[in-house]
Design a protein. Sequence first.
Length: 65
Amino acid sequence: MVDPQQGQYTYAHARDAQSRLDAMMRGNDEARIREVYGPNALGSFQVRPVACYPGHFDPMTCWFD
């Protein structure tokens, strides 16, 4: 997850999450992405579904296979 693990940062549709990710990548240079997310971060971001708690949509986990 590139944002805090909270329902306000989850999206009902993959296209909305992808728009957010695209904006993040456009708005930051490669050095900033590496500084914030680590040296191997570039090329590793992807939109993935995650189970959320009903009602407030906080993700149940931040771990993926």
